[in-house]
Structure formats: C-alpha cells, structure tokens
Design a binder for this molecule. Structure first.
Ligand code: 4AD
Ligand code: MG
Length: 466
C-alpha cells in the first residue's frame, strides 16, 4: 500500500503541506452531501482528535462509483490536494482526486452513529469504542503518560525492572489475589522430590501479582533506584468507579531514602506527568474540558503551580470530625479513610491534592516502617480532587526485629518471606517507595468519572470481554 500521511501531521504542519498532494487513510466519521454535487466527508485516522474534511466532487467520474458506497464507519484511502479551508475550526481540507474504499461498513449494522452514546453502551462494543472522540482521546493521553513515566524515572537514573506477574506472595496482605492454576495439571512438578505441592504447577499456590513492590525492593537494595511498571491484579469484589480487577501500576523503590524524600519524589512525579499532559495533549484536554469536566484546566494548573498539602492521618481525622459533615462511614482514629472522607479533604477542606502520612499501624501492610510512637507507620497516601487516592507508599521497615514482630502481628507466614527478612540481615538500608495507579491518574487528568473508560479493556467482577 502506498504510504500515507497522518492527519495529525497535516494539522500540525499545515503550512508545509499547503497545496501539496498527499495521501491519507482513515475511517469515515460523517458524510454530508451538498445540493451542488459536492460531498463533505470527515475522515479520522486516530492520530489526533480532529477529522480532516475531504471535499469530493460527485461529478468527477473517477470518484463517483466509490462515493456512492461511502458510509459512516467505512475505511478510505484518499489522495488529493491540501488547500486552505473556508470552514470554521479547521485550517485545511483535502480536495480528493483519487479515492479507494478499503472496507465497507454496513450502515444498518454499524453501531457508532453520529449521536452521543452512553459509556455503558460503548463498553459493550469495546472493539469499536476507540473510534469515538472520547476513547480515542483517552488512548492518546494514556500513551503519552506511559511514555512520560519511563522518561521521568530514566532521566533520574532509575532502572526499569520487570517484576513477575506470577508470584507466591500477597504483598499487600489483603487476600485479594487471583490464584494461578493449570487445569488438568495433577502431577509432581518436574524435578521435585518432596511430595509437597502435588497438583500445583509451581509446587505451591501461586497468584497473579497484587504489587511488584517486594521484588522491586530486592533490586533497589542492589541497584539503588529502580521502578516497575506493569499490570497488577486484585480480586476486590467491588463495583466502584475507582476499582479494576486488572490495572497498571508504577512502583519506584529507592534505597537510602526516607518518607520525606519519598513524598518529594511522588509529588514531583505527579506534577511532571500533569505538565506533560498540559503541554502535549492540549487538543484532547480541551475536548475533555468541553464535554466531560469543565473545571479540568483549573484543577490541573493548580497541581502544576501549588505544593500539595501534607497532613498526618491523626490531623485528617481531627479535621474530618470537626467538619460536622454527615458521613456514611464514621470518622474515628483507627478506621480507614473512605472515599467520602478523601473527597471531603481534597475537595472541600484543602481544594487541592493532599498527602496523608503516618497511618495507624493496624491499617497498613506488614512491610511499612513503624514510627517511634509505636502506633503509626511511615505511610503516605496521595489524594487528589475527584479521584481520591492515586498513590500509596511508605518507608519500608529495615530493622529485622521490628519486621519480624510486624509479620507476627499480621500473621504473615515467615517461611514464605525468609528472603525478605534476609534483605534486612545482609546490608539493610533505609528505603522507600510508592505505587501510582495509572488508571487513577488518567481519570484525574481526563475528568472521566468511571475508571472503566480509561483502560482499553476493563476487567471487573462479571466482566472480562474482548
Ligand atoms: O495503595 P496500594 O495498594 O499500594 C501498593 O500496592 C504498594 N505496594 C505500592 C508501593 O508502595 N510500591 O496501591 C497503589 C495504587 C493506589 O494508590 C491506586 O492508585 C492503585 O494503586 N490501585 C488501583 N487502581 C485501580 N483498581 C484497583 N483495584 C486498585 N487498587 C490500587
Ligand atoms: Mg492504598
């Protein structure tokens, strides 16, 4: 096939392309026929939000036959001249000279019509929804953010570590794991003498990872600064707008680093990602501002400008109690902060991102460093307006004795984590890290209310289609 230009490049470099002959390939969004025998076709190729207007003369015999078959959703390859557009909202258009219909789209069956479709409906046609403005914009923003994540850490000399997806540990200790089994596997794992684990492919129960943190710690204690970025799985049976059973998490881990430095990196990281989106995804952001969340520019500009608020968990509880809001879940020292509490802190009290630090020991996993008060751990949750928690992190317990005591309290089976304790026995150092949920961040920067719209193929209880 003859190479074409991306429509995004034409708009970006319109002066360069003006009056040139180019080929473009894409899918028809709409078609409008004028009485004068000219058809206006909106062609979109996904490279940017905007579609390119094709002007097709019905009287041109070489175009006529193809034109009769052009309908919404069909794919076209078109050659023509780039000319200035008299129309509003576009600098250029294309006068078609040659047009090939690559794939038809039966108008009776094509589900994406010109009207606005509900997000619920679009989820049922996840194979076609990236052709809509919203899901196309999400995909572009998500891609840009993913790249910026690598850039951020690479520029700061972190090493990218691929931690395993199959693991025998439940890092967060919340028991929300998917078990990995091989149907029909009933034998001894090859090369094993001991009878334990008969019928288990890996010789013992294995799970899909809920976090790459523990393995990232291994590498941080050898390479200093590392990060993992990959899919994460949690069998949380919750049908909220913020939870997925499969999501992507970025987890940096830093040796020689305490909670204060951890928080500093996390804040710089979020600010950097927001800046990249503001700078490089302006067209898509403008779309989300107009059609999804009108306050988006203010919210993002503020992250860009102002430092986050930092409060302790104890202060947060105090402020929430003082607020006299009627919450569904009672506010009490020792209870976890619920979404409604997080929202109240970020949206009503501080009106900006808030880092809550030093949570009760009882609420957090075994690996977090116990503070001198013996009651709290050096944890941090970063909450943002609209989305709530987007980052969870902590300083890690580096003292062998305290770690063992934590494991005992939390009933963590010692046999499975002897290697984790070893890291404290041999050259232990203060170290810290955090996890950012990619989808939560994409929700934050797009304003989309439901997390299922910011991942190509959402997996939630009852749903694993496509
Ligand atoms: O707070 P979490 O559970 O922290 C950890 O997993 C740590 N091991 C991270 C670390 O210190 N290396 O999860 C981290 C983030 C949350 O703040 C949230 O953004 C996201 O992961 N997250 C989810 N996103 C979508 N669906 C879910 N079910 C999520 N659970 C957590
Ligand atoms: Mg958390």
């Amino acid at each position: 096939m003859e190479k074409g230009e991306r429509i995004g490049s034409l708009f970006r470099d319109d002066q360069k392309y003006l009056n040139k002959e180019v080929r473009v390939n894409g899918w028809v969004r709409t078609r409008r026929d004028s009485r004068a025998g000219v058809s206006f076709i909106e062609l979109n190729d996904g490279s940017c939000l905007k579609s390119l207007q094709l002007v097709v003369d019905f009287h041109d015999p070489s175009l006529q036959e193809t034109l009769t078959r052009v309908t919404t959703g069909c794919s076209l390859s078109v050659k023509g001249q780039v000319v200035p557009s008299p129309g509003k909202g576009q600098s250029i258009e294309l006068h078609a000279r040659e047009m090939t219909l690559l794939g038809e789209a039966d108008p009776a069956g094509y589900p994406l019509q010109k009207k606005r479709h509900s997000f619920e409906f679009l989820r049922q046609i996840a194979h076609l929804r990236p052709r809509t403005n919203t899901l196309g914009a999400v995909a572009r923003v998500r891609s840009r953010i993913s790249h910026a994540i690598h850039q951020f850490f690479q520029e700061r000399h972190f090493f990218y570590i691929q931690t395993p997806i199959i693991t025998a540990s439940d890092c967060e200790g919340a028991g929300e794991v998917f078990q990995v089994t091989a149907p029909g596997f009933s034998g001894e794992p090859a090369g094993r003498e001991e009878p334990a684990g008969k019928g288990e492919f890996f010789g013992k129960p294995a799970y899909l990872t809920v976090s790459g943190q523990l393995q990232a710690e291994i590498y941080a204690l050898a390479l200093g600064k590392v990060y993992t970025f990959g899919p994460t799985f949690r069998a949380e049976n919750s049908n909220t707008s913020r939870h997925l059973a499969e999501f992507w998490m970025v987890e940096p881990e830093m040796a020689f680093c305490d909670l204060a430095e951890d928080l500093r990196v996390a804040e710089e990281f979020i600010r950097h990602l927001v800046e990249v989106v503001l700078r490089d995804c302006a067209e898509d952001l403008d779309f989300f501002t107009r059609f999804v969340e009108s306050s988006l520019p203010q919210v993002l500009e503020q992250v860009h400008r102002e430092p986050f608020e930092v409060i302790t968990y104890t202060e947060a509880v105090h402020l929430l109690k003082k607020s006299r809001e009627s919450f569904v879940y009672p506010v009490q020292w020792g209870n976890d902060l619920q979404a409604e509490h997080e929202r109240h802190l970020t949206e009503n009290i501080f009106k900006k991102p808030v880092a809550v630090i030093h949570f009760p020991r009882s609420l957090k996993p075994f690996y977090m460093r116990v503070n001198d008060d013996g009651e709290t751990v050096a944890a941090m949750d970063i909450l943002v307006p609209g989305t709530g928690e987007i980052i969870g992190g902590s300083q890690r317990e580096e003292r062998t004795e305290v770690l063992l005591e934590q494991m005992q309290r939390k009933l963590v089976p010692r046999e499975s984590y002897e290697w984790y304790v070893d890291l404290r026995r041999y050259g232990s150092v203060p170290h810290s890290g955090f996890g950012l949920g990619l989808e939560r961040l994409v929700q934050f920067v797009t304003g989309l209310p439901n997390i299922r719209e910011v991942i190509p193929f959402p997996r939630t209880p009852g749903h694993a289609d496509f």
